[in-house]
Design a binder for this molecule. Structure first.
Ligand code: ADP
Ligand code: ASP
Ligand code: MG
Length: 457
């Protein structure tokens, strides 16, 4: 058994779904459990509709829902044929009816509560999984639909739910394994439900995580993440072109890259795979013959390329906290972190001196509250518009001179914070967002002018 996950662009249209069917058919003997994201930009559109409803524009929200209905019907109609459409159409109608009710509830409440956010966003994957199942059938690849909310059981932390692993794995054994004995099965990514049956989601980009959970649940021999790039590249293609395909990378490196912004993989994806030692592959649904990236348990150190890839995260805020009164006082850090904890704001990087602490966050929705509380114990200044750049590679720790090369290539860039050592395989620092592209380009030129053929394609 294998898991094959297809992201939003890979199922964005009738033509894309046909390509997916071809890819799955060619691997049908490996008993694939197919996990799909919402079609194209559906999740963004659903959430935009919810925001409109909350702001009092229910009419606009319902128009958005209507457009989404037309889009799903058109693409499904183009690939499913009249016979399958006759079965699919009532299901689509039921879902859009429920979506309208959800938007009406949002309008009534005047806000998108976390539970309503999950409920609204869940329609993307509920719809796409139905459309893809039906399209597979029409294309001669009989498939069974598996409702993700019946197998992926989570806690009730809406918008960021975590799986209850043992229950979830038991459900996969009970419900998915028998389906796969008979053929292909299709389920939506991203969504799950609490033990009480309330719909939850795993956070934006969470379908990769669903795929990995599903893989661990069925004991898959491989988890394939099919997307719109050839695999993990040596730099983020949205920041700089010309990145090289990384053929093989360790779980630890991939997790670090994902955490620091490589959107190609959701940061939690590798956890279940590591635990069950299931290899993960990243592949391109538009170019299925490209070998992609293999993510494996053991380290893959390279002497030629201590750095495997450069990740970056925009929209970072630095918080500088300074207290002369707290000079050498114990408990200072605890009090600071308690504030961030209370406002559920994760901290990424930290550096300290005797009287001050600098740290970075990427969630700033509670920033004014945090700033107010911190101001009671220290002087606080906040610097927005920053970016983290993170170099990742298993061999960074044992290769002398990496930092000298980094700072030589950044000689014209103002580096505001530096951190190395926490994980031993990354070197990260903060620069102004305006300097990001320039910095990444010059680092990429420095570290990837020579390529280890064992690691790069
Ligand atoms: P999907 O919808 O298939 O989940 P995503 O948009 O979530 O796809 O992730 C794929 C995107 O990740 C790519 O199109 C690319 O822009 C971005 N990306 C960021 N960093 C990297 C990287 N190092 N290697 C490859 N892609 C990256
Ligand atoms: N559809 C969800 C999102 O856009 C999950 C995913 O695509 O992984 O965030
Ligand atoms: Mg994604």
């Amino acid at each position: 058994m294998i898991v094959m996950k297809f992201g939003g662009t890979s199922v964005e249209s009738a033509a894309a779904i046909e390509r997916v069917a071809g890819i799955v058919r060619a691997r049908a003997d490996r008993k694939p459990l197919v996990v799909v994201s919402a079609m194209g930009k559906t999740t963004n559109r659903l959430l935009a509709a919810a925001d409109k409803a909350a702001a009092g524009n229910l009419e606009g929200a319902l128009r958005d829902a209507e457009e989404l209905r037309a889009f799903h019907q058109r693409e499904a109609g183009a690939v499913c044929g009249p016979e399958r459409m006759a079965v699919l159409e009532p299901a689509l109608a039921r879902h859009f009816g429920e979506l309208e009710e959800t938007l009406e509830t949002v309008a009534k409440e005047g806000q998108v509560t976390p539970a309503l956010w999950d409920e609204t966003a869940s329609y993307g994957e509920r719809l796409s999984s139905l459309v893809v199942t039906s399209a597979f059938g029409a294309l001669g690849l009989e498939a069974a639909h598996l409702d993700a909310r019946e197998v992926l059981i989570t806690d009730s932390r809406h918008t960021q739910a975590l799986p209850l692993y043992s229950r979830t794995y038991a459900r996969f054994q009970e419900k998915a394994a028998p389906l796969l004995e008979r053929g292909v099965a299709v389920m939506g990514g991203f969504i799950g439900s609490t033990p009480q049956g309330v719909t939850t989601t795993l956070g934006r980009g969470g379908s990769d995580f669903s795929a990995s959970i599903a893989g661990a649940g069925i004991g898959a021999e491989e988890i394939q993440i099919w997307t719109d790039v050839d695999g993990m590249l040596s730099c983020d293609p949205r920041v700089a072109e010309g990145g090289h395909l990384v053929k093989v990378i360790s779980f630890a490196e991939a997790a670090e890259l994902a955490y620091f912004g490589a959107k190609v993989l959701h940061p939690s994806t590798v956890l279940p795979a590591v635990e069950k030692n299931i290899p993960v592959r990243i592949l391109n649904s538009r170019r299925p013959d490209v070998e992609g990236t293999r993510i494996v348990a053991e380290a893959v150190p390279s002497r030629i390329n201590p750095v495997k890839s450069i990740a970056c995260k925009r929209g970072i805020t630095i918080v500088n906290i300074r207290s002369l009164r707290m000079l050498m006082a114990h408990g200072f850090l605890r009090r600071i972190f308690e504030v961030f904890d209370r406002y559920r704001t994760p901290v990424d990087m930290v550096s300290t001196s005797e009287v001050s602490v600098s740290l970075t966050v990427d969630r700033t929705d509670q920033m004014s509250e945090i700033e107010a509380e911190l101001s009671r114990i220290a002087e606080v200044s906040v610097l927005r518009g920053q970016a983290i750049i993170c170099l990742v590679g298993d061999a960074i720790r044992e290769t002398p001179g990496v930092s000298a090369r980094v700072f030589a290539s950044l000689r014209d860039v103002n580096v505001r914070m530096i951190s190395q050592g926490a994980s031993l395989l990354n070197l990260s620092f903060v620069v102004d967002e305006d300097d990001l592209v320039r910095a990444v380009k010059s680092l990429h030129a420095e570290f990837f002018s020579q390529l280890d053929p064992e690691v790069f394609a």
